[in-house]
Design a protein around this ligand. Structure first.
Ligand code: 13P
Length: 258
């Protein structure tokens, strides 16, 4: 439980490339059962594409929402293997992640590509989690702020102020993702403060203060409460721990306002 954070916390479970169909159904059922009424918090599950429809059916009528881990920047056409915004809407998605570090680094997505995907998401009325974060080398070289500023500025190119209420930023330092090496509460708070200052430069202070910024990177039930208690941390984007229902629900409880 957190105190004093004014924005409605949002916790995402990014399942990444995990769960086959029946595993996804089991996992979603287990989360629904354990979570019950999560209070004044948004909880979004991000299963792999082939499991979206089945998970949508499982979470129907619960407090959980459905999101996709990625989308393509065009709505239809000859783009073998890609998945579009209208397809995601049609299977019940209300959310999508763009700019995840695994896509930026393993799959070579630039912020220009992320920007095109962000526009596709908004055009299709999908609420969007825009992920940003520095690598270990960039942090060690003192470049964290430059990297975050560039990623935010380029990824949000031509995104209007009006659209910002449909965007959540996820600060996910690459070096903390899947490593067990989470950012300290202090490092996370500082980075969130910096991200908010960039949003203020781009959109003004009111919008910056109203935009939710999640932390992601080795969030567990053990460290969630301390991270979520930090000013300016408005929820979590959870990878590995989101595959463990009991742990994921405990993280949601840690993020929920008192
Ligand atoms: P982990 O929680 O496994 O570190 O993953 C974080 C993440 O990338 C969420 O999008």
């Amino acid at each position: 439980m957190t105190e004093g954070n004014e924005l409605r916390p949002i916790v995402g479970g990014n399942w990444k490339m995990n769960t086959t169909l029946y595993e996804a159904i089991d996992l979603a059922e287990s989360i629904v059962r354990r979570l019950g009424d999560p209070g004044d918090i948004e909880v979004v599950l991000f299963p792999p594409f082939p499991n979206l429809q089945a998970v949508d059916q499982v979470i129907d009528g619960s407090a959980l929402q459905l999101g996709a881990q990625d989308l393509f920047w065009e709505d239809k056409g000859a783009y073998t293997g890609e998945v579009s915004g209208p397809m995601l809407r049609a299977v019940g998605c209300r959310w999508v992640i763009v700019g995840h570090s695994e896509r930026r680094h393993e799959l070579g997505e630039s912020s220009a590509v992320v920007n095109k995907k962000l526009h596709a998401a908004l055009r299709n009325d999908l609420q969007t989690i825009l992920a940003v974060g520095e690598t270990r080398e960039e942090r060690n070289a003192g470049r964290t702020e430059d990297v975050l500023r560039a990623q935010l500025t380029e990824s949000l190119q031509d995104v209007s102020a009006d659209a910002m209420d449909r965007i959540v930023i996820a600060y996910e330092p690459c070096w903390a993702i899947g490593t067990g090496d989470t950012a300290t509460a202090e490092q996370a708070r500082e980075a969130h403060e910096f991200v908010r200052s960039v949003l203020a430069d781009l959109y003004g202070d009111d919008i910056a203060q109203a935009t939710r910024i999640q932390y992601g990177g080795s969030v567990t039930a053990a460290n969630a409460a301390e991270l979520m208690a930090q000013e300016g941390i408005d929820g979590a984007l959870v990878g590995g721990a989101s595959l463990k229902p009991e742990e994921f629900v405990r993280i949601c409880e840690a993020a929920a306002p008192v």
